[in-house]
Design a protein around this ligand. Structure first.
Ligand code: ADP
Ligand code: MG
Length: 283
C-alpha cells in the first residue's frame, strides 16, 4: 500500500442482509486533501463513512489510516477513532446539557482529555464558531445552523488528522455555510485531511480538491471538480429493458450514473456514442 495516504481503502464490501450496499470500493486520500464523496441518496455514502469510523462490521476489504490497517482483528477501535473527527448526518446533541457541556463531554469520554483540558478546548471552539454567547443555552434554543456549528466543533475537538463530514451543511443558511467552509479550509491548510459527503455538486465544486462519484455502492468517477462537472453535464439516455443487468450497464463506455426503475433504464453518460455502441454490440 501507499504509506503516504492518509486514508486508503481496498475492496470494501458491505451488505445489510441481501442488500449489497458497498460493492468493492477502492480509494486513496492523500494527507491534506479535501475530498468530496458525491452520490444520490441511498448510494452508500453514509455507510462508507461509517465503515471508516469502524461503526459497521465490514464483509470484505481493508482500510488503512496513515498506513495502519484499522480493519485487522483486535484493533483498538477507540484509539482509531481518536484520529478521526466525524460529523454524522444524524447525531443529536444531548438535549439536557448545555452547549458548553455538550462540547466538553465527548472529548473527555471519547478522547480521554482531562476535564480542564476539555473545558479550555470547548471555550476556544465555541468562540471560534461564534457560539460564545450560546454556551449556557440548551440545544433546543439553537437554530439549525448553530446546531451544526456545535456538532462541527465536536468533530474537530482533539487532535484528529482526518475529518469526516456526512452532509454537514444540510441545515445551514448561506452565511453559516460560507463560514463553515472557510473554517474547513483553515483546517485543511493546517494539515488535516477532509472527507465529506454531499449530494450538492456546487458545494463539492467550491470546497473539494477532488470529487469521488459513488453510485449504488461503487465509485464511478474520480477527478477534479472540473472533470466531474464536465461529466455531470453529460447526456442522459433512457430506454426500456427488462431485467437490466446492472453490472453490464455500469461497465459501458462513458457511463456516469445508472438508475433502473421497473423496466426503464436511465443512464447519464459523457460519451453517448460509446454507450450506445456498447449497448448495440451486446445486442
Ligand atoms: P447515502 O448516505 O448515500 O444516502 P446510505 O449509506 O445511508 O446511503 O444507505 C445506502 C443503502 O443502505 C440504503 O439503501 C439504505 O437503506 C441501506 N442501509 C443503510 N444502513 C442500513 C442498515 N443499518 N440496515 C439496513 N440497510 C441499511
Ligand atoms: Mg447519507
Amino acid at each position: 500500500m501507499n504509506t503516504a495516504a492518509a486514508l486508503q481503502i481496498e475492496g470494501l464490501r458491505k451488505s445489510f442482509g441481501p442488500h449489497e450496499v458497498l460493492r468493492g470500493v477502492d480509494l486513496a486520500v492523500a494527507a491534506h486533501e479535501v475530498i468530496c464523496l458525491i452520490g444520490a441518496s441511498g448510494s452508500g455514502k453514509s455507510t462508507l463513512l461509517r465503515c471508516v469510523n469502524l461503526l459497521e462490521r465490514i464483509d470484505a476489504g481493508t482500510i488503512w489510516l496513515d498506513g495502519q490497517e484499522i480493519t485487522r482483528p483486535g484493533v483498538n477501535e477507540n484509539a482509531v477513532r481518536r484520529h478521526i473527527g466525524i460529523v454524522f448526518q444524524s447525531f443529536n446533541l444531548f438535549p439536557h446539557m448545555t452547549v458548553e457541556r455538550n462540547v466538553t463531554l465527548a472529548p473527555v469520554k471519547v478522547l480521554g482529555l482531562s476535564r480542564a483540558e476539555a473545558a479550555a478546548q470547548a471555550a476556544e471552539l465555541l468562540d471560534r464558531f461564534g457560539l460564545g454567547e450560546k454556551r449556557a443555552d440548551y440545544p433546543d434554543r439553537l437554530s439549525g445552523g448553530q446546531t451544526q456549528r456545535v456538532r462541527f466543533s465536536l468533530a474537530i475537538a482533539g487532535e484528529c488528522d482526518l475529518i469526516v463530514l456526512d452532509e454537514p451543511t444540510t441545515a445551514m443558511d448561506v452565511e453559516t455555510r460560507q463560514r463553515f467552509w472557510a473554517s474547513m479550509k483553515e483546517e485543511a491548510a493546517e494539515g488535516k485531511t477532509l472527507l465529506f459527503a454531499t449530494h450538492y455538486l456546487e458545494e463539492a465544486d467550491q470546497a473539494a480538491d477532488r470529487i469521488l462519484v459513488i453510485n449504488r455502492g461503487r465509485l464511478l468517477a474520480d477527478g477534479t471538480p472540473e472533470d466531474i462537472k464536465k461529466r455531470a453535464g453529460a447526456k442522459r439516455m433512457s430506454f426500456r429493458l427488462a431485467n437490466a443487468p446492472e453490472s453490464f450497464l455500469l461497465g459501458l463506455p462513458g457511463v456516469v450514473s445508472l438508475e433502473t426503475r421497473h423496466d426503464m433504464v436511465h443512464i447519464q453518460t459523457d460519451d453517448s456514442d460509446g454507450t450506445l455502441y456498447g449497448l448495440l454490440d451486446a445486442g
